[in-house]
Design a protein around this ligand. Structure first.
Ligand code: GTP
Ligand code: SPV
Ligand code: MN
Length: 591
């Protein structure tokens, strides 16, 4: 037992044949040393690993440029390797586990020759939490090591926890030769194992994030009665001094990070941040749901982030704490040696290098920063960090909100009639695709619970699991559906978004506390306009109408899309969801 991790590492070393092995202990000095390794790699031109940035603007911060073909998650190269294709479901690429090993083992064979194999013991969740899980990642990328140090809780203590538990979640990662033809992100849920090769970017490479905390964890949760979700965790303090904890599910690049650290418009309100991407949610003894954020950092979208849209993130990035901060694939303003991205300032300062390090020509129409450029920063830098963040029990959840990017159809806000209706609505949720994954952006796809790319098993079983979890709760949270992204005919957003979203959050808190009633519509419960805080907003009556309109034609189309989507799940689709769809269809016909 004592050699559990050593044995596994030795086996991976025999396979990958590194020149040396470095066990990461997670001390500050060690990480400073690893940042220096990255700076040296940069200087001798091996990789664009770390370039120090202007410490007066962004202290302890480094620019990283990834390979230009390795800039986002690659969903088509991501596999769930359960025994049968039916177990993985129509929502996943599937490979037989034996076949998958046969595919990747030759690629891992000798892939670390001339390189260092880093062993990273880390926790997902606070080590004191009964919900936390010990994990070990092997990688040959120093960028990945430093990123994992920021994003998770890394250190020796984890090895003791593994020894006392007798198990851990394994992640084997190599950047390989970064050839997209030889890139695979393989999940083995039955073995608590992920094998990833050929990418050094985000969710493909930081295995604690999407691979383990969502795909592997959702499978565990299915078996053990809990939920692993693509959700933020936040507390909303109101003028009564009460804090209402809510979860927020949005697909990639649809506003989670911004919402998680919102600066509310209304006096007396404050948002407390607990997490911006992933929540592990367990039923508690009191019939409520409790959530923890398994991560310890933010891997956030840079473009669009500014002092105006997200001042708390800008403060987080400028906060000088012990952790380094990374900027990946942003532009570089060379005079000040600071990162730049679209939306940071109104005009593009010159001289500028783009995300690939090429001199930027103003007016060329090219991107300065890659649309999926990101920062990696410790959650402990966040000025709105909730004092409950490290509470091992998590926080009790009173509301869950689901959103997406929809130019039309979906109103600003709507509440479900009950849990089952909420599961139905979330299962049918659609969103326009973004730059967070490779492929065409701006196409509406069904993305149930924002988990389409992250659910590690059959989505029909996942819906049933949601229904089962809800039926066990004596105090289930209310469920809300929002859309900050409606557009007018000119293609501009009709809702101001960002800070103004707090107006909608206030309505939700009022609903949760029983302070306001709602009006029943075909699609759910909607606000009476009088109950919405609209001071300081000058929206035309047409805009307000559009924000809350239920358009018959649009909804008929939405229902047709949902029918098509549901058809893939066959008899694994819970009957109650099919019934809810039929009910909606009848109600819309009568509209
Ligand atoms: P992942 O990290 O990919 O899971 O994304 P996320 O959901 O955390 O998205 P994030 O908050 O980083 O926002 C993505 C993009 O949407 C950024 O460019 C934001 O500036 C923009 N955005 C966020 N909130 C709003 C909003 O209310 N309105 C509009 N128009 N844009 C928004
Ligand atoms: C997402 O795409 O939802 C992210 C970024 O949060 S990544 O870690 O690359 O998955
Ligand atoms: Mn995400």
């Amino acid at each position: 037992m004592a050699n559990l991790v050593e044995d596994w590492v030795a086996e991976q070393a025999r396979l990958t044949k590194p020149d040396r092995i470095h066990w990461v202990h997670g001390t500050e000095e060690e990480i400073r040393g690893l940042v220096d390794v990255g700076i040296r790699e940069e200087k001798i031109g091996i990789h664009h690993t770390f370039q120090p940035l202007n410490p007066a603007e962004f202290p302890n911060s480094y620019l990283h440029r990834s390979h230009p073909t390795d800039v986002a998650r690659t969903e088509h190269l991501t596999f769930v390797c359960l025994p049968t294709k039916a177990d993985a479901g129509p929502n996943n690429n599937w490979m037989d586990p034996g076949e998958a090993r046969k595919t990747v083992l030759p690629l891992f064979d000798g892939c670390m020759r001339g390189r260092t194999l880093y062993v990273i013991p880390y926790m997902m969740g606070h080590p004191d939490s009964p919900y936390a899980r010990p994990c070990v990642q092997i990688t040959d990328s120093v960028y990945v090591v430093v990123s994992m140090y920021i994003m998770t809780r890394v250190g020796n203590k984890v090895l003791d926890i593994i020894n006392s538990k007798g198990e851990f979640v394994k992640g084997l990662h190599s950047i390989g030769d970064l050839d997209p033809q030889k890139r695979f992100i393989m999940h083995f849920p039955q073995d608590d194992l992920v094998m990833s090769i050929g990418s050094g970017y985000g969710g493909n490479a930081l295995l604690g994030k999407k691979c383990i905390s969502l795909r592997i964890a959702s499978y565990l949760g299915y078996q053990q009665g809990w939920l692993a979700e693509h959700m933020i965790v936040m507390g909303v303090e109101d003028p009564d001094g009460d804090i209402t904890y809510i979860l927020g599910s949005f697909p990639s690049a649809c506003g989670k990070t911004n919402l998680a650290m919102l600066d509310p418009i209304m006096k007396g309100y404050k948002v407390w941040t607990l997490g911006d991407d992933i929540a592990w949610i367990n039923p508690g003894p009191d019939g409520r749901l409790y959530a923890i954020n398994p991560e310890a950092g933010f891997f956030g979208v840079a473009p669009g982030t500014s002092d105006k849209t997200n001042p708390n993130m800008m403060k987080t990035l400028r906060n000088n704490k012990s952790y380094p901060t990374l900027f990946t694939n942003t532009g570089l303003q060379t005079d000040s040696n600071s990162p730049w991205w679209e939306g940071l300032t109104e005009n593009i300062p010159a001289p500028m290098l783009d995300w690939q390090g090429r001199s930027y020509v103003n007016g060329s129409g090219e991107n300065v920063a890659h649309p999926n450029s990101r920062f990696t920063v410790s959650i402990y830098n966040c000025p709105t960090l909730s004092p409950e963040t490290d509470n091992p029990k998590g926080v009790p959840i009173s509301g869950i909100l689901f959103g997406g990017r929809r130019s039309d159809t979906i109103p600003l806000v709507c509440e479900s009639f009950d849990w089952e209706h909420g599961v139905f609505k979330a299962s049918a949720n659609g969103s326009e695709t973004t730059a967070a994954a490779t492929g065409k952006a701006g196409v509406v796809r069904r993305d149930p619970m924002a988990m389409l790319p992250f659910c590690g098993y059959h989505m029909g079983d996942y819906f049933a699991h949601w229904l089962r979890v809800g039926s066990q709760l004596s105090r289930p949270p209310k469920m809300f559906f929002v859309n900050w992204f409606q557009k007018n005919n000119e293609g501009t957003f009709i809702w101001p978004g960002f800070r103004d979203n707090s107006r909608v959050i206030k309505w939700m808190v009022d609903r949760i506390k029983g302070k306001v009633t709602a009006r029943e519509t075909a699609v759910g419960l909607m606000p009476y306009l009088n109950d919405l805080f609209m001071d300081g907003l000058s929206l035309s009556p047409e805009t307000i109408d559009r924000l809350f309109r239920i358009d018959k034609g649009e909804w008929q189309n939405e229902i047709a899309e949902t029918e098509l989507f549901y058809a893939q799940f066959g008899n694994r689709l819970p009957v109650s969801l099919q019934n809810r769809l039929t009910e909606l269809k009848e109600k819309i016909e009568k509209c």
